[in-house]
Design a binder for this molecule. Structure first.
Ligand SMILES: *[C@@H]1O[C@H](CO)[C@@H](O)[C@H](O)[C@H]1NC(C)=O
Ligand SMILES: *[C@@H]1O[C@H](CO)[C@@H](O)[C@H](O)[C@H]1NC(C)=O
Ligand SMILES: *[C@@H]1O[C@H](CO)[C@@H](O)[C@H](O)[C@H]1NC(C)=O
Ligand SMILES: *[C@@H]1O[C@H](CO)[C@@H](O)[C@H](O)[C@H]1NC(C)=O
Ligand SMILES: *[C@@H]1O[C@H](CO)[C@@H](O)[C@H](O)[C@H]1NC(C)=O
Ligand SMILES: *[C@@H]1O[C@H](CO)[C@@H](O)[C@H](O)[C@H]1NC(C)=O
Ligand SMILES: *[C@@H]1O[C@H](CO)[C@@H](O)[C@H](O)[C@H]1NC(C)=O
Ligand SMILES: *[C@@H]1O[C@H](CO)[C@@H](O)[C@H](O)[C@H]1NC(C)=O
Length: 358
């Protein structure tokens, strides 16, 4: 028989090793989003029919700013041009965080996403330098008329993930290596969700939800919680995935060392059009009836892209000191600011758009 105080110590030691203790290391909510993210203005590496805008351009044209959307008082807004015929590429936005992270729990409350529109290819993802050697985690991604979310890792050689029943999605491809011999080029390891609420049209109709990504040395797990079903500890910003989050939508795990393949990742939001995925599969989707090619459609139908925008309520990164976690500032941290608070152009179905500040 152990004395009671020994039992208590034992119990408390067990709890300490079982439960992660996450604390907030970076909050990108509201103005902090524009201070912590940089605008990418080069040609799209995935060959999209897109012109990524600078902060100054996007701010001046209302493609970047804030939107009062549903119940969100000041969601970060990133949209695309919905007025011009654009054979040289539709104006859009790609931003990446100035800070990089080693491990962490990234929690985004997204009210609206650009998905489910023919020609579009939005993504919320994380990536390291020297791709693919430092890894890529695609948290939210899809193209054209896709109705559920694709969660994907892209790496160098030696990363094969387990199939399993401990996550709710369906493992589509298991080899994360971009050059895996028996998979399409750059397919990566990919888990397809099976709920329409996770992406595009139905996600937006339901007011969106929270995507939470937990990255440790052992695994990468992604949960989606529709609006109205957030765990209490997310609502209170003291997240603990182990306690009551339930089955993740995806788990990436296998007999390899995660830290050999995922290092110092920044967070990216972008919306491109056509290119290596949306464009390449255009003819295999229902979108093919709209135009002979994706490029044709995207260039000539600006009015069809009014629903192609991000509205992000909150974005927070948590880390657990016990996990060898790190935050690294890259050059340029905190240089951007003062994005116009404005009502973006175009009708917003289902939203309650109100002018914010002048
Ligand atoms: C994973 O297992 C499921 C259920 O058995 C199966 O349908 C699916 O094809 C498997 N995925 C891979 C990549 O083997
Ligand atoms: C998802 O959407 C498809 C296409 O709109 C529909 O056929 C299907 O019934 C939906 N599934 C659920 C679970 O709502
Ligand atoms: C907005 O808030 C009201 C009242 O809290 C709630 O009933 C409704 O479901 C919310 N709508 C969305 C889309 O979040
Ligand atoms: C990640 O960043 C840390 C801190 O700057 C650095 O010490 C480490 O070498 C980086 N790791 C890789 C693989 O680049
Ligand atoms: C799709 O089909 C059209 C003809 O209907 C053809 O012109 C076009 O090149 C095809 N596109 C792709 C990406 O295969
Ligand atoms: C964290 O960063 C420091 C330098 O800033 C580096 O020495 C250390 O190796 C990093 N740790 C991890 C786990 O990347
Ligand atoms: C990193 O940037 C944040 C602001 O984004 C700042 O508070 C912090 O002091 C910086 N850390 C270092 C080591 O420069
Ligand atoms: C954004 O536009 C507003 C005017 O609407 C201006 O006051 C502000 O300086 C601009 N910010 C940037 C970073 O260009």
């Amino acid at each position: 028989m152990l004395p009671t105080h020994c039992l208590l110590l034992l119990v408390s030691a067990l709890f300490q090793t079982t439960f992660a203790t996450y604390h907030l290391v970076q909050d990108y909510t509201g103005d902090a989003f524009w201070q912590g993210f940089e605008f990418f203005t080069e040609a799209d590496p995935t060959d999209g029919l897109v012109q990524f805008q600078s902060l100054e351009q996007a701010n001046a044209t209302g493609l970047a700013g804030f939107i009062e959307y549903w119940n969100s008082s000041m969601a970060v807004y990133m949209g695309v041009d919905t007025e011009k015929v654009a054979p040289e590429g539709r104006a859009s936005i790609r931003v990446s965080s100035s800070q990089t992270f080693q491990h962490g729990l990234v929690i985004a409350d997204i009210a609206h996403m650009p998905g489910g529109v023919c020609g579009s290819w939005p993504a919320f993802w994380m990536v390291g330098e020297n791709w693919p050697n430092n890894g890529e985690i695609d948290i939210v991604e899809g193209v054209n008329d896709q109705i559920t979310n694709s969660m994907t890792l892209h790496t160098n050689e030696g990363v094969v993930v387990n199939n399993g029943t401990d996550f709710s999605g369906d493992l589509f491809t298991a080899n994360c290596d971009i050059s895996a011999p028996d998979q399409a080029a750059n397919a990566g390891c990919s888990i397809a969700d099976n709920s329409n609420l996770t992406f595009g049209t139905e996600f937006n109709a339901a007011g969106g939800g929270v995507y939470a990504t937990e990255w440790t040395s052992e695994s990468i797990k992604i949960w989606f919680f529709p609006r109205g079903s957030f765990p209490d500890d997310i609502a209170s910003s003291s997240p603990d995935p182990d306690v009551n989050w339930g089955t993740p939508n995806s788990i990436f795990q296998g007999s390899f060392d995660m830290d050999d393949h995922f290092n110092n990742l920044s967070i990216i939001f972008d919306t491109t059009f056509c290119g290596q995925w949306a464009g390449a599969i255009w003819n295999t989707t229902s979108c093919a009836s709209l135009a002979p090619t994706c490029e044709d459609y995207v260039a000539n139908n600006p009015q069809d892209f009014t629903d192609v925008f991000w509205a992000i309520n909150t974005l927070q990164v948590f880390q657990d000191n016990g996990q060898g976690s790190n935050v690294t500032n890259t050059t340029g941290a905190g240089v951007t600011a003062n994005v116009r608070r404005s009502q973006p152009a175009g009708p917003r179905s289902g939203s309650q758009v109100l002018p914010l500040y002048s």
